[in-house]
Design a binder for this molecule. Structure first.
Ligand code: TYD
Ligand code: MG
Length: 436
């Protein structure tokens, strides 16, 4: 049917298989359908101590909440080409060295292509079992036969079930397939990693149907042109969702970045105007970033403005605040704002750093390179409080900065800050005295 006779929407019908033998998504409970089921006491549930496996990739282990949980279903989402297959293959390589039995099922690449990628990553100490297959019934059969510890499904969008006649990647296919994988994982105690490509709208295909079925959702993100990648836990039944892992894509695969701040500040110019270091939070992790601005006289009636790595409208707003509150005539200037290193930040806490970078470039003086600046800027030019000040200040101290400019209102809540000078800023007029 093209149009729904109820709500009149076009092409909104989704195919469902008739008389489902097992309802997808009902999860662990449907696996063991015992007669006369008895409830169990919480205290009597045994906690298996070996329930977690370490992958040996520190950043990945942390994001997973301390290693892989046996029998869990993990979704790894991200844009095509961001490095999901590379990450999982690298994980396989580490696990193979620990004698974990693995099965890598690819519906996207041929065996030779996987081999080529594996060659780039380095030697595999023990063998990895691979299968090129997209038919989920066959996949299920193979998994049941070999019962490996860890299975990788690359990707869920290529898998299909024969009883569902819609195309692979459609909502009903993805949901059916995930339901089956869920039962396999819970029933056999196998950990299954599912790769899911994200659509243009930024959701894993099959509008979020996957996210509530799986135990853990990890997103792999980053600018494809920059080499750093962020792995973020969006949902985790076995750990915190605030953790992020930072990786760098090299020619021989992904390497962990243990100190992202140092990495982001690499190559910072000396003695240049328009460069300010700020501290952004990624989950619970503070990351120092360099905010750059270039303000120069325009040759056109309409000045040009660009913002890379941060919100364009926010930059326009901050420039309007500077015009009004500091009387700077920015209307005859082009302005370019950039977060160095290809990081994307939408946190208002970097407002004050953007403001300082613009002032610094406009007036052509260098901001003290030993100073870290953060704070939200309001429309009247007031500097407003930000969260997690202590972590930010500590990160600055760790990297050897001498001074922090923070919102005045945050100064009270800051417990102690040894080894670094902390100064409170009230307004954007105020900040001028501190950065020259
Ligand atoms: P891939 O893992 O295939 O992405 P996904 O599975 O998320 O679609 O990543 C492919 C990109 O990574 C590709 O552009 C090449 C790059 N790459 C490296 O830079 N170094 C490497 O060692 C590998 C294996 C890939
Ligand atoms: Mg891939």
């Amino acid at each position: 049917m093209g149009q729904c006779p109820g709500c009149r929407a076009w092409n909104s019908f989704v195919e469902e298989p008739v008389a489902p033998r097992r309802t997808a998504g009902s999860g662990a409970s449907s696996v063991r359908r015992a007669e006369g089921a008895e409830p169990t006491r919480l205290s009597q549930v045994s906690l298996k101590t070996d329930a977690r496996m370490m992958t040996g990739i520190g950043e990945l282990d942390r994001v997973l909440g301390g290693g892989i949980v046996r029998g869990s279903l993990v979704l790894v989402g991200g844009d095509p080409g961001i490095g999901k297959s590379t990450l999982l293959l690298q994980m396989c390589r580490m696990l193979a060295a620990r004698r974990t039995s693995l099965l890598y099922i690819s519906g996207e690449e041929s065996l030779a292509q996987i081999r080529m990628r594996a060659e780039r990553l380095g030697k595999f100490e023990s063998d990895l079992m691979m299968l090129c297959e997209t038919n989920l019934d066959v996949v299920e059969g193979v998994v049941r036969k070999y019962k490996p510890d860890v299975v990788i499904i690359d990707s869920i969008q290529t898998m299909y079930k024969e009883d569902v006649s819609s195309a692979p990647g459609s909502v009903s296919q993805v949901r059916e397939s995930t339901g089956i994988l869920m039962q396999l994982a819970k029933g056999l105690g196998i950990t299954i990693f599912i790769v899911g490509h994200v659509t243009k709208e930024g959701v894993v295909a099959g509008p979020r149907v996957l996210e509530h079925m799986v135990d853990t959702v990890l997103y792999f993100e980053g600018d494809r042109h920059a080499s750093y990648r962020l792995l973020r836990a969006v949902k985790n039944r076995f750990g915190s969702t605030n953790e992020i892992g930072v990786f760098e894509m090299r020619s021989n695969g992904l390497t962990e970045v243990a100190n992202p701040s140092e990495y982001m500040l690499n190559g910072r110019p000396k003695g240049a105007s328009g460069s300010v270091v700020s501290c952004a939070m990624e989950g619970t992790r503070p990351i120092l970033v360099e905010v750059q601005a270039l303000v120069c006289r325009t040759n056109f009636n309409m000045p040009r403005r660009t913002a890379a790595g941060t919100d364009y409208n926010r930059v326009n707003l901050l420039m309007a605040v500077l015009e009004k509150r500091l009387g700077m005539s920015l209307d005859s200037c082009d302005a370019y704002v950039n977060i160095a290193g290809g990081m994307r930040l939408n946190e208002p806490a970097i407002d004050l750093a953007i403001v300082c970078a613009i002032i610094s470039s406009y007036k052509n003086f260098e901001v003290d390179p030993e100073t870290i600046i953060f704070g939200e800027v309001g429309l009247t030019g007031e500097v407003r409080a930000v969260s997690m000040v202590e972590q930010r200040v500590m990160e600055a101290r760790k990297l050897g900065f001498a001074r922090c400019l923070i919102p005045q209102v945050n100064l009270r809540s800051l417990q102690k800050a040894d080894g670094i000078r902390v100064e409170g800023i009230q307004t954007v007029q105020d900040v001028l005295r501190y950065i020259r």
